[in-house]
Design a protein around this ligand. Sequence first.
Ligand code: SAH
Length: 362
Amino acid sequence: MSAAESLSEAQRPNLLGLDRQALGGFLRQWGESSFRAGQLLQWLHTRQETDFAAMSNIGKKLQARLAAETSVAEPAIIADQIAADGTRKWLLGLDDGNAIETVFIPEEGRGTLCISSQVGCSLACSFCATGAQGLSRNLDTAEIIAQIRVARRCLGLDAITNVVFMGMGEPLLNLRHVLPAIHLLMDDLAYGLGSRRITVSTAGVVPGIDKLGSVSPVNLAISFHASRNEIRDVLVPVNRHYPLAELLAACRRYPLPPRRRITFEYVMLDGVNDELAHARELLRLLRNIPAMVNLIPFNPFPGSAYRRTPLARIDAFREILMQGGIMTVTRRPRGDDIAAACGQLAGQVQSGRRSFPLAVQS
Ligand code: SAH
């Protein structure tokens, strides 16, 4: 047995974590043309073929070496639940015993996959189930990409039209792995989603917003949730590092393509952030920003301390924003009977840390 054949599965590079550039570099080290990277991407991602022997335009020698020295490894499906409204949630088991959640939201003419970027989250937003767990670790690129693969395998290769980084974790604190995942999602030889079909949602990590804008300006969503620093400091504690004025300045300089808007998410918490005066303040803050607002009725989870704003007040809040010229929609809770709605994702997180290491990885 050669040294290469004796590599254990865990020691082999997982090809699913390599975007076109990284895969090209990897193959060049083997003396192969980087042209092969495109072919390999198509097999691995567009077609989701995992058997190298079936990759007919790849030479037998390279097939054998790939089989011996690399892996194509994905998390196992631990649970697969379908809600009454068709929302589907998978619990995926990672090698280290952690588990993450991924949610598919079917709508007329589109299928949105909500993916996780971290195991748990360090940002400790007070109304979020994931925030209550703390952070265990970042997902790597293969673990992020595996989520779309599992969904496509279960639902069909064309089922996913949009991907949102709105599952567990803060994507802008894991850009090192999120950016290559975005490249793969957008690559015509991998998943081929256009930049307008991908949305990164952030609690407001300002340096990460700038970095994303300079590298891959996809749609941006901001978990805004309050019109005043004293309220936002409590709901979204990262606001103490990047207060409203800094966050809004980052939104203004985000290189949004023409005719696109930044989505501002606003969770409606009874008696906390839902006064009509808050709506008027929000209107003023969003002036001069191409913005739309998503009002999210609070979704309760075990141990949560908040209540959902009554629907009539959500409507009145929305009316003020609409009158002020801001497109505003109230998000229907999807999949809440299987705890798949916004803020209910918990997975199985080991030893979460709540302190925030805020360094943005590049
Ligand atoms: N960390 C990123 C990605 C998570 S997105 C971010 O904060 O944007 C998850 C969305 O669901 C965020 O807008 C979050 O604020 C919202 N959310 C969290 N908990 C919620 C809850 N209990 N009810 C409704 N929305 C919630």
